[in-house]
Design a protein around this ligand. Structure first.
Ligand SMILES: Nc1ncnc2c1ncn2[C@@H]1O[C@H](COP(=O)(O)OP(=O)(O)OP(=O)(O)O)[C@@H](O)[C@H]1O
Ligand SMILES: O=C(O)c1ccc[n+]([C@@H]2O[C@H](COP(=O)([O-])O)[C@@H](O)[C@H]2O)c1
Length: 222
């Protein structure tokens, strides 16, 4: 585990990456609950530029950013960090985490991910080094049945903690499974619903839904 040097007073830094195409309640609610469980007052949302493991986003970076800004107005816990959008390359988390480490040398970094991301973590670029640079905080995911393969089982055996102090006292290295609500929604289901004009209003922050309507986004599902 990477132990912090002298600076033990620094507060934990929460970051949450995603394609956010569009941002929805399944992104915001579980992370907000986990942040509260861990005593965080702010979480940075990191919209990715080129998602490493899936098709290019349907909406432009400008639209995705605008929707995130509206979501942040309704959810003041969140602020936007657009560093990945500034880099003209696939958004590999290891690069982003190294960049955070350069900026916040010893500060504990909490990287929020959904349970599906944890289950597929061993397909990420340089996945074995991810926990050198951060803790992972894993949110439950309502539309996904978790199954841990041998790599993830080993990783959890080595790094899982239920002790928040471990997260506070180390800059990275631990995995914390948060007890968050199961919210069975994804951007894919929302894009499909929007293309039929029948999206469930509770899935999206109200202002995001208005924005989508105003700009006629996701009328055609790819
Ligand atoms: N309903 C949900 N509950 C918990 N975590 C979620 C949920 N939806 C997305 N996440 C998490 O949010 C992060 C970013 O996800 P992403 O932007 O890819 O959303 P998505 O809804 O899975 O998108 P898509 O359907 O386009 O693949 C990932 O770590 C993912 O696990
Ligand atoms: O680094 C990787 O190889 C990698 C592979 C898949 C996803 N990620 C990151 O995980 C976060 C959620 O990704 P996604 O694809 O579910 O939107 C986002 O920050 C991605 O950049 C990172």
């Amino acid at each position: 585990m990477s132990v912090m040097s002298a600076d033990t007073t620094k507060t934990m830094l929460g970051i949450f990456g995603g394609t956010f195409d569009p941002v929805h309640i399944g992104h915001l609610q579980p992370v907000a609950e986990a942040a509260q469980e861990l005593g965080l007052e702010q979480v940075r949302l990191l919209p990715c530029h080129i998602p490493p493991h899936k098709q290019a986003p349907q909406s432009s970076p400008e639209h995705r950013l605008a929707m995130l800004e509206l979501a942040c107005q309704q959810w003041p816990l969140f602020i936007i960090d657009n560093r990945e959008l500034m880099w003209d390359k696939p958004s590999y988390s290891i690069d982003t985490l190294k960049d955070f480490r350069r900026e916040f040398a010893n500060r504990p970094v909490l990287f929020f991910i959904g349970m599906d991301s944890l289950c597929h973590l061993d397909s990420w670029y340089k996945w074995q080094s991810i926990c050198k640079y951060c803790h992972l905080v894993v949110c439950q995911r309502g539309d996904f049945l978790p199954e841990f393969n041998v790599n993830i089982t080993r990783l959890l055996n080595e790094r899982r903690t239920t002790d928040v102090k471990q997260l506070e006292q180390h800059s990275g290295g631990y995995i914390y499974l948060a007890k968050t609500s199961q919210i069975p929604v994804s951007s894919t289901t929302i894009r499909a619903a929007l293309s039929h004009g029948d999206v469930e209003p509770s899935w999206l922050p109200e202002k995001v839904q208005d924005y989508i309507e105003r700009h006629q986004l996701y009328r055609q599902c790819e």
